[in-house]
Design a binder for this molecule. Structure first.
Ligand SMILES: [Zn+2]
Ligand SMILES: [Zn+2]
Length: 255
């Protein structure tokens, strides 16, 4: 299995990454993409990726941090993005639910990262809450289909999922799909084809239902795989085979 979205640079994992990666390995998780959210975090996740052969990194600015960038953040990200261990730009996008940064600033920083992705020819990891139409408009205007990307921790509706698939994007599901109330999201899982699906934890957040109350970590991604496999009436192994193929197709990573 691969966990396509974890924040192992967060203080929650301080001095613990070795144990976390051992537990991941024992549970069949053979790859983790460690996702940057700021200039500092993007540099930290690249450091972590340098220490573990099963970890890859991304470089990006989270929409929450769009008002917290240095003047030279684009060149900082570009420099990081040129490293072979950085497999994507992001996480970037729009979050109109929490609105931690002004919306116009979120849009500008999102556009800048989409342009960077095209420049360095790497796919994009996208975060979106309550901004679906605006996000779709910007992704189209900036030609995201030329590099592709993942809508991470998908929580949109079926209509948005279809539009994203038409644009050639992948959809990644996290622990929310295991929560009792997430009926509508589980219906969305059913319409996402196996050649466009990924599974993630978003550690340390969104712990899957069986472990809820604990801090999330990549080893628990198996619960999300199991939920998707059961919704699609397939085995976890069959789902894993597809996710591994998707990983190679989008990120050029082979487990
Ligand atoms: Zn996110
Ligand atoms: Zn994240």
């Amino acid at each position: 299995m691969i966990d396509t979205h974890a924040h192992l640079d967060f203080p929650d994992f301080k001095d613990e990454i070795k144990g976390v990666m051992e537990r991941a390995d024992h549970n069949g998780v053979k790859g983790v993409i460690c996702v940057g959210i700021s200039e500092k975090s993007s540099s930290d996740v690249l450091d972590i990726a340098g220490q573990y052969s099963q970890i890859w990194a991304s470089a990006g600015i989270h929409p929450h941090d769009a008002n917290n960038v240095s003047e030279r953040y684009e060149s900082v990200l570009e420099k990081l993005a040129l490293s072979p261990q950085v497999v994507a730009i992001g996480e970037t996008g729009l979050d109109y639910f929490k609105d931690r940064a002004p919306r116009e600033l979120q849009q500008n920083v999102f556009r800048a990262q989409l342009r960077l992705a095209l420049k360095v020819q790497k796919p994009v990891i996208i975060h979106c809450r309550d901004a679906y139409q605006e996000l779709m408009k910007i992704m189209k205007e900036e030609n995201i289909e030329q590099v592709g990307g993942i809508l991470h921790c998908f929580s949109g509706d079926e209509n948005f999922a279809r539009q994203s698939l038409e644009l050639g994007l992948y959809i990644s599901f996290g622990g929310i799909i295991t929560y009792p109330k997430a009926h509508r999201l589980r219906e969305v899982v059913k319409i996402v084809p196996l050649d466009r699906i990924f599974v993630e934890t978003d550690s340390p957040f969104l712990t899957p239902q069986p472990m809820r109350g604990k801090r999330n970590e990549p080893a628990y991604v198996k619960y999300n795989y199991d939920q998707i496999a059961s919704l699609k009436n397939i085995t976890r192994e069959y789902l894993q085979t597809h996710c591994r193929r998707n990983l190679t197709n989008l990120f050029n990573i082979t487990l």
